[in-house]
Design a protein around this ligand. Structure first.
Ligand SMILES: *Cc1c(COP(=O)(O)O)cnc(C)c1O
Length: 406
């Protein structure tokens, strides 16, 4: 055989191996979820008091912006995460908008963030009239890289009385917004250190990270403020919803005020003394959120067990299953694997989705989207590398049958 034909045979053989592991993977998933129906990427589990609390809000008529479930939900989130204050909002994006506004991100300023995230991270920056600056991620966390951040700031950041100035654009870099990708905690401590030394405030996008910990502290309790999301695809859901977390009493008070139309307390007078927002979470959503918080430990445990099964499944294959970074505990919101290249990624996506198993590529880099193409970026080697290779695989918790019977 010629060398050419040998090479062809070899690549066919590789294709076949890849086909085999795809089939094996599909069988493995169907076995795990014990179904032949289409398997979603993530589905909510309602196994507790969800219906009871929802009916309760309807019976009480307090379904909207006033009601005691909102207060309960806030207390539960503060207790669970260890944050001193929690303020519920209509969704995570709204919480992020308010968090950035409350750390004074303003018109014409800049916020450092990662290019690998859900679009909401950058949209919230834009709602403040500010612009993102994209700095690379680490391959291990898929979140903002503290070393790349330090390198970029050493070249471009300059401390001044007004804040940190970007030498290239002349604008103020007001904040840094790292994100805990798929629930794997970002390397937050060194990020805090670098940002502190330049006078840049840190807000954490912990939308995906309820139940995740960095050095035994809950993700989202390191920066000045952070947010959680309770959208239907997240670890637990309130239908739609978000939560702003902070240890700063003043910031928490302002957050509650601004999210409730900035109305000055009075029995009947409609006096609003600044521009506020209608971002308050309805009681109906909070009721669902409270019931879900009660189930969170069980759900986290089931997700961890699934991640362990995935880790074992992929351990003898050429594919890397992403595990929690050192010194952290991940909630394994969305499980992810890294394949060899883009071609293999697309083959895997095709085969699995055709077989009724939902798998998805990681997001496109945000700086490649029309609204953000003009933004400044550092070197994005790791983000680009990951964008071509990371695939999310089914991650919904499968609870023991007994959980559904009760
Ligand atoms: C889900 C999510 C949000 C926003 O949450 P919504 O509740 O859908 O508005 C923000 N950032 C990230 C990284 C997310 O995954």
């Amino acid at each position: 055989m010629t060398v050419e034909r040998l090479k062809q045979a070899e690549s066919k053989e590789q294709g076949k191996i890849s086909g085999d592991y795809c089939a094996e993977f599909v069988d493995f998933i169907k076995q795990y979820y014990q179904t032949n129906k289409t398997i979603a990427l993530h589905e909510p589990c309602f196994i507790g008091n969800e219906k009871k609390y929802l009916v309760d809000t309807i019976d009480s008529t307090f379904v909207s912006s006033v009601g005691e479930y909102v207060d309960h939900f806030e207390t539960m989130c503060a207790d669970f995460t260890g944050a001193k204050y929690a303020v519920a909002t209509v969704n995570g994006t709204a919480a992020l908008h308010i968090a950035l506004q409350l750390v004074n991100v303003g018109m014409g300023e800049e916020v450092i963030t990662q290019p690998l995230s859900f679009i909401a991270t950058c949209n919230a920056i834009t709602y403040c009239g500010a612009m993102p600056v994209f700095i690379d991620v680490d391959r291990t966390t898929m979140g903002l890289s503290p070393t790349k951040l330090a390198e970029w700031l050493a070249l471009n950041g300059e401390k001044s009385d007004r804040g940190c100035i970007n030498r290239q654009s002349g604008k103020i870099i007001r904040a840094c917004l790292p994100m805990h990708t798929f629930g794997h905690p970002v390397d937050i401590e060194p990020i805090m250190e670098v940002c502190d030394s330049y006078g840049i405030v840190v807000v954490e996008d912990a939308a995906e990270a309820i139940g995740s910990q960095y050095k035994s502290k809950h993700a989202g309790t390191f920066g000045r403020a952070s947010i959680l999301s309770f959208n239907g695809n997240k670890t637990i859901t309130s239908g739609g919803g978000g939560m702003l977390l902070t240890n700063d009493e003043q910031l928490a008070k302002r957050a509650k005020y601004l999210t409730t139309t900035a109305k000055v307390g009075h029995q009947w007078d409609y006096y609003h003394n600044e521009l506020g927002f209608n971002y308050r979470m309805p009681n109906l959503n909070a009721a669902l959120g409270c019931a879900q918080m009660e189930q969170l430990p069980v759900i986290l445990q089931a997700k961890r067990e699934l991640a362990q099964l995935y880790e074992a499944f992929f351990s003898n294959k050429h594919i890397t299953f992403l595990t929690e970074p050192d010194n952290t505990l991940s909630n394994y919101w969305l499980n992810a694997v890294i394949v060899s290249d883009k071609q293999e990624r697309d083959e895997f996506l095709n085969r699995t989705n055709h077989a009724g198993v939902a798998t998805r590529p990681i997001w496109r880099l945000i700086n490649s989207l029309p609204m953000y193409q003009h933004c400044q970026t550092g070197n994005l080697d790791n983000a680009s590398w990951l964008a071509d290779r990371v695939i999310n695989i089914p991650s919904g918790a499968r609870l023991p049958q007994s959980a559904y019977d009760s």
